[in-house]
Design a protein around this ligand. Structure first.
Ligand code: ADP
Ligand code: MG
Length: 536
């Protein structure tokens, strides 16, 4: 950095200039050092690059100290002139934000118990525990800020989905929840709406108070965090609601700086958040809501210790847990983490959505590549954009290259060994349609809302049937039809029994090799027969 500049740097920023102990790059000085903003990311109000920081004096998104200077200069000039400038940025008045009365979120629903039960049955909702509120049929009956209702409308969300109808009022009541609902059923909005509503309310009531984080969402992957943050920004637009993304691969210094400037919501992966807790003194004592999205994955070995470490560092917040797949162990942990945890199930738990067509094909491993190329060459079967799920990072790179070389179709790979920059660029190219095929490991299997994707190919079966349900779930959202082509062979015998059960319950055809296999027969059947059937 040039010395001459330093005199002009505001004190609060100059502290953050140096590289931190971990050697991560610190706050950008020049605007040219900042990268372009990706869709949905904050943009610098001066140059339009990635708005990585917040200008503490004006609350504007800025990319570097250079642009911060420029914002401050403009403000100084503006203050010197008596007329003709728009008033300084002001938060919406409380009455613009609230006053949509007639709430049934307080549990004072006008429905009788029988009517509530009937409604839940129609919506496919089952409750375990004391929920204290009926499902709500509209966003407007939830006592939400007016601006949030407008944002929901702008996003095209006319009415809540089934899971939102029950989870939003319960979360607004402060209940601890474990919510299980099909892939693509709108679980993200069901926790973000209560969070945005609460944050806006608190900030408007305590306009000049310290801005410590009020809510935190953990998800297992960086890509999912990016997506959740984008959705949160959409819902919180125009309200006192700022977010920070805390994921590996991006500089920690910039993430810490952003939090220190005051944010309402942190969206994080567990590993990076633990890093943050160890190295920095961020206070979480006002954190009201802690969300575990894809909770069964977050409570598995590998993530569990980090998640519990984070949870222990918080002061008993409300805990909201979501997934399309849960288990009795997850329920047990959920109950120990939150007092009186209520379990909401909407639709079928642990099953693919009915709108998904599964086509399972028996293919020996050595023939899989050719089979894939045949599908890609077929006008009838290739429906881009397409995600191909594989089991290894190397496999993802090799297969995406092979697709491009052999078929001429543009393909990219995405996995955990790529840099954050490569991962962002790959996602961007895929989502805007520059690339037709994305070859991915499980990092794109959980929670991603891949808007135009209606087809996935499971090239390598994942390790568990739950991951299978999540991966094929990427091909359908909100009941729209999607197709999953799935390759299986004798290497996947550990999943045969569960897979056959899922295919049967979905009414999908079962290849002969699979149905004839003794691995596909469930244990009670085997026991009844008194002998093991031979593998044919
Ligand atoms: P899940 O987490 O259950 O897998 P998502 O939260 O990713 O599902 O939502 C799936 C899609 O549904 C997203 O594209 C989201 O924008 C959309 N969506 C969510 N709620 C509504 C709603 N009430 N009306 C219309 N679309 C919605
Ligand atoms: Mg989700």
């Amino acid at each position: 950095m040039e010395n001459g500049n330093k005199d002009y740097v505001p004190q609060s920023l100059s502290k953050a200039i140096d590289t931190d102990e971990s050697g991560e790059s610190a706050v950008k000085v020049k605007c040219k050092d900042q990268r372009e903003a990706l869709p949905g990311e904050p943009k610098c109000v001066v140059c339009g690059r990635y708005g990585e920081y917040i200008c503490d004096e004006t609350d504007d998104d800025i990319c570097s100290m250079e642009c911060k200077q420029s914002v401050l200069c403009k403000m100084a000039n503006r203050n010197a002139l008596p007329f003709d400038f728009p008033p300084p940025k002001k938060l919406p008045a409380a009455d613009e934000c609230f006053y949509v009365k007639d709430s049934n979120c307080s549990g004072s629903s006008s429905l009788t118990c029988e009517q509530t039960e009937l409604l839940r049955r129609k919506l496919g909702i089952v409750i375990k525990g004391d929920i204290g509120c009926a499902p709500t049929l509209s966003f407007s009956s939830c006592n939400l800020p007016q601006k949030l209702l407008q944002n929901l409308e702008t996003a095209g969300y006319e009415m809540p989905t089934a899971v939102q109808m029950q989870a939003i009022p319960a979360a607004c009541l402060g209940k601890n929840l474990l919510v299980s609902a099909e892939t693509g059923s709108g679980k993200t909005v069901s926790y973000l709406v209560p969070i945005v509503s609460y944050c806006a309310r608190v900030r408007l009531e305590n306009f000049h108070g310290e801005k410590k984080p009020l809510a935190m969402v953990l998800t297992p992957t960086r890509e999912l965090c990016i997506q959740v943050e984008e959705q949160a920004k959409l819902l919180g637009k125009g309200m006192p609601f700022k977010t920070a993304l805390v994921v590996g691969g991006d500089a920690l210094a910039g993430q810490v700086y952003r939090i220190e400037q005051g944010v309402e919501l942190i969206v994080a992966t567990p590993g990076r958040l633990v890093d943050l807790l160890m190295k920095h003194d961020i206070e979480f004592d006002e954190l009201k809501t802690f969300v575990l999205d894809e909770v069964d994955c977050l409570l598995q070995k590998g993530f569990r210790d980090q998640v519990l470490q984070i949870f222990t560092a918080l002061s008993r917040p409300q805990i909201l847990m979501y997934s399309a797949t849960t288990s009795p162990e997850v329920e047990k942990m959920a109950r120990t983490m939150g007092d009186g945890t209520v379990i909401i199930t909407a639709g079928m738990s642990n099953k693919p959505t009915k709108a998904l067509k599964q086509l399972v094909i028996w293919v020996e491993s050595k023939n899989k590549k050719q089979k894939l190329f045949d599908i890609l060459a077929s006008k009838q079967h290739f429906m881009p954009p397409l995600v191909v799920y594989v089991g290894s990072r190397l496999g993802a790179d090799l297969l995406s290259n092979a697709i491009t070389v052999t078929t001429g179709i543009k393909a990219l790979s995405i996995h955990g060994h790529k840099s954050m920059k490569e991962r962002r660029e790959a996602m961007k190219s895929f989502l805007v349609g520059d690339v037709q095929v994305m070859v991915a490991t499980g990092i794109l299997g959980r929670g991603m809302d891949l808007l135009r994707v209606r087809q996935v190919i499971v090239f390598d079966m994942p390790n568990s049937i739950k991951e299978y349900v999540h991966q094929i779930g990427r091909a359908s959202r909100l009941g729209e039809e999607g197709k999953a082509i799935v390759f299986v062979n004798g290497e996947n015998t550990n999943l045969f029994q569960d897979l056959v059960e899922i295919l049967k319950s979905s009414g999908a055809p079962i290849p002969r090799e699979l149905s004839n296999s003794h691995y596909a027969v469930n244990s009670s059947h085997t026991a009844r027969n008194g002998r093991k059937r031979k593998y044919t």
